[in-house]
Design a protein around this ligand. Structure first.
Ligand SMILES: [Ca+2]
Ligand SMILES: [Ca+2]
Ligand SMILES: [Ca+2]
Length: 352
């Protein structure tokens, strides 16, 4: 008589479909755990034995925030789409037992993202950057939180309104120049780089995606990086939802000048959708604008995990994108020039 199949172990994928998992030693016992899901977020041993679960959002960062040797997890609720509720706030969870150690206070309509980094050298531990929006004040605002006093006693280092409300892009951090870090946050048709210590503007640019087309959304990864390894910073904006464009900025190549207000965006060259628009001078290196995907459009544009990488080993980073026009085409673009290095019809890259 045949034996019936039986489960060796099982997992609960939670309210939000599982898209990724994390293997890291979150409780300091010297062995990695497996973390997956949201509502619940579950922590198991690598053989599937549950250690703890937490009824909260997806993990954004795993780091020692307070600098006390214990690992914390930063989670938030963007994926649940009810982020005006307290459950949508950024939370800091103990990696040891899943206990909530801090919930970001204050109201918000949309918390559009957060990231963890060492931004203030004199402060112990790491800092948390948040970008929120509010209809009441019609503004987007940025915050930097410090955990030097412990995770339960986060201190708001600064907060400020930096743009008008209405575009839900997430913040990023990176090196502005060799001696300065920056907090980067996009807005309608623009980007603002802020000084981590006090939030002051370092750089503010508004630009068109095509002639007469400004005020575009910037939903997708924003990477503040050095694409060609020359020590100068570039910024890759990979906008793959509603408004589809890849835009690469070089703040060191020229000041925004008059194009630092939404009323006066940097004009775009006229090229067909999806084609390369190059800029001979100024803060935009190049862009490719693929139009809109909502409600419908000629293109879809999606990005793999880690879309900016040196995939051909020449010492300079490329941008990897999945472009759809009738079929998916895997594209590899030169990071600095936007020229197409590879085009593979019928292929997608899910991870780089
Ligand atoms: Ca462990
Ligand atoms: Ca560079
Ligand atoms: Ca390369």
């Amino acid at each position: 008589m045949p034996r019936a199949p039986y489960p060796l172990w099982s997992l609960d994928p939670g309210l939000v479909p599982l898209s990724e998992a994390l293997c890291i030693d979150v409780d300091g016992d010297g062995k990695d755990e497996l973390l997956y899901g949201s509502w619940p977020l579950v922590c198991t041993t690598l053989s599937g034995v549950e250690k703890w679960r937490y009824d909260g959002g997806m993990v954004q960062s795993a780091a020692d925030l307070a600098g006390d040797g214990a690992m914390e997890l930063v989670a938030f609720a963007r994926e649940r789409h009810d982020n005006a509720s307290p459950a949508g706030q950024v939370m800091v969870i103990s990696g040891r037992d899943g206990r909530v150690r801090w919930v970001r206070p204050g109201p918000q309509d949309v918390i559009s993202g957060c990231c963890v980094a060492k931004l203030i050298p004199a402060e112990s531990g790491l800092q948390l950057v948040c970008a929120s929006e509010g209809r009441g004040n019609n503004a987007k605002w940025a915050q930097v939180w410090s955990f030097a006093g412990g995770c339960e006693r986060a201190r708001l280092w600064w907060e400020r309104e930096f743009a008008q409300y209405g575009e839900h892009s997430a913040p990023a951090v990176g090196r502005y120049d060799s001696g300065t870090m920056a907090v980067a946050a996009c807005t309608w048709g623009g980007i603002v780089l802020m000084r981590p210590t006090d939030g002051a503007d370092l750089f503010r640019l508004y630009w068109e995606c095509a002639p007469g087309q400004s005020g575009k959304r910037n939903y997708g990864p924003v990477l503040v990086t050095d694409l060609d390894g020359d020590g100068q910073t570039e910024i890759a904006i990979l906008a793959g939802a509603i408004n589809l464009h890849i835009t690469v900025l070089a703040p060191g190549r020229g000041a925004p000048g008059a194009h630092s207000t939404p009323e006066n965006p940097l004009p775009a060259p006229g090229v067909p959708l999806g084609e390369l628009a190059s800029y001979a001078a100024g803060p935009v290196l190049w862009q490719r604008y693929f139009g809109d995907s909502q409600p419908t459009g000629a293109f879809l544009l999606e990005f793999p995990h880690h879309p900016v990488a040196d995939v051909d080993g020449d010492g300079r980073q490329e941008i990897v994108a999945n472009v759809r026009t009738g079929e998916w085409i895997l594209k590899v673009y030169d990071g600095m020039t936007g020229h197409e290095k590879l085009s593979l019809p019928g292929m997608r890259a899910e991870a780089v």
